[in-house]
Design a protein around this ligand. Structure first.
Ligand SMILES: CC(C)(COP(=O)(O)OP(=O)(O)OC[C@H]1O[C@@H](n2cnc3c(N)ncnc32)[C@H](O)[C@@H]1OP(=O)(O)O)[C@@H](O)C(=O)NCCC(=O)NCCS
Length: 411
């Protein structure tokens, strides 16, 4: 596919005449894999790279080439995202984005993103990505929409409260013998959780393949299974040992507590590191909540709302609102003024000429969308401007979610 005129304009202005923005062909993939390894510092197993490649949409690969060399790339995967209330939206999962160190800061990312988002806008109401650095993607209309946290429990001192539930029911199993149960539990969890992603078959195969290259110095998977959830973890170190829980997927509250208890019951390890989200109940189960230390807190999924009315009408809300929101999108100019009417949990959203009560940039809408961030905090930062404080309070109440958002898996 030829690059669009706007991309060529950007290229001519910013990166010189020997550069071309174009789609990838099969012959480009060895060079794509090499650039990926160079820019991220890790060689993926060829089978792993191939598994991700199968998820790239037909028009989802944009390259920047200098003569015969691939010097930049941006891709998107065809993913499915759960939004508050349980609706599932097609999401363009932007990934494998990199520019060669020889060609940085000459406008290649912007040129590739312009072409990639022209394609994404044809079929996706939202686009998402996970960011290597926090300062890059706001300018492209992406806002941090979920938060990842790591809680590190010193299990030699952690004690469960006397009144903490003790549901039991956890079994030690081999993951490969329980694929169907594990996949079904993940499916229950992701359809109930904003930010949940449908996990495509090639990624399940990769997870269960448990390749050496994915272990980063840790053991093979250990698997704990409960009728309402599962945990996959690896053991690191020798003396002392610590555990890193890669997935704790609780479809029920009992499973969550029972799996935490089983992991903290591993007598011979010093610490257990849980990859989780800000609403994890684990500290509340302990006599000293500080025994679960917050050792990592960072943005996870970033969202760009591509079709504002479609996305806002897809989710449910916790309170009524009647307002007009002006959204600015400096990257693609897809914003405008929208009348937003929320009644009984459902929204109607349509372009309007009425005066705006609330003004935001598109990245802020992405951050509000899954309920992880509050309108009032953005108002304090002057990134949400409203004519009345009541409008901000109403948005806080409406966008709040019952279930804490969490990203299904990294991509
Ligand atoms: C991040 C990366 C793709 C940027 O590519 P690039 O071609 O140098 O970016 P561009 O020159 O097109 O810059 C586009 C805009 O982003 C800004 N930008 C680029 N890299 C940035 C960074 N690391 N932090 C903050 N801003 C950045 C530029 O200043 C420019 O801003 P402007 O257009 O508003 O003036 C490249 O540095 C890279 O490959 N890094 C290593 C791999 C990586 O982190 N990939 C991203 C994975 S999510």
């Amino acid at each position: 596919m030829a690059a669009s005129g706007s991309v060529l304009d950007a290229r001519d202005q910013q990166v010189g005449t020997s550069l071309e923005i174009r789609s990838a062909t099969d012959a480009d993939w060895p060079a794509i894999a090499r650039l990926d390894a160079t820019c991220f510092g890790v060689y993926n197993a060829p089978a792993t790279f191939q598994a991700w490649r199968t998820l790239i949409a037909a028009d989802g690969s944009v390259l920047a080439c200098d003569g015969g060399d691939v010097v930049g790339m941006a891709h998107y995967l065809d993913l499915r995202l759960t939004v508050p209330g349980g609706a599932v939206l097609p999401m363009a999962g932007v990934t494998i984005v990199a520019v060669a160190p020889t060609h940085r800061r000459r406008g290649l990312l912007r040129a590739m993103f312009t072409e990639l988002h022209t394609r994404i806008e044809r079929s996706y109401p939202v686009a998402g990505l996970t960011a290597s650095e926090g300062g890059i993607y706001g300018r492209f209309g992406y806002g941090a929409a979920t938060i990842e946290q790591e809680l590190t429990v010193d299990r030699r001192t952690a004690r469960f409260r006397d009144d903490a539930p003790d549901p039991g029911g956890v079994r030690i199993v081999a993951a490969a013998d329980h694929r169907d149960e594990i996949e079904a539990l993940y499916e229950r969890w992701r359809t109930a959780t904003p930010g949940g992603l449908q996990r495509p078959r090639p990624l399940w195969d990769e997870l269960f393949a448990d390749r050496d290259e994915q272990r980063r110095g840790g053991s093979a998977w250990f698997t704990l299974l409960h009728p309402g959830g599962y945990a996959l973890y690896r053991v690191f170190g020798d003396d002392p040992m610590f555990v890193r829980v890669a997935e704790l997927i609780p479809a029920t509250d009992d499973a969550h507590v029972a799996l935490c208890r089983a992991l903290i019951g591993l007598d011979l390890v010093d610490t257990v590191r849980f990859a989780t989200h800000p609403a994890d109940p684990l500290p509340y189960l302990l006599t000293d909540p500080r025994a679960a230390r917050l050792t990592h807190h960072q943005d996870d999924l970033w969202l760009r709302i591509v079709d504002i009315p479609a996305a806002l009408e897809a989710r449910t809300y916790a309170a009524d609102v009647s307002t007009v929101v002006a959204v600015s999108d400096a990257f693609r100019g897809t914003g405008g003024r929208f009348a937003l009417q929320i009644r009984d949990g459902r929204a109607q959203c349509a372009p309007t000429d009425a005066a705006a009560e609330v003004e935001i940039d598109l990245d802020v809408l992405g951050s509000l969308y899954l309920g992880s961030h509050r309108a009032s905090a953005f108002a304090t930062a002057n990134r949400l401007r409203a004519t009345t404080s009541a409008a901000v309070t109403a948005l806080d109440a409406a966008f709040a979610t019952e279930v804490q958002a969490a990203l299904g898996f990294g991509f």
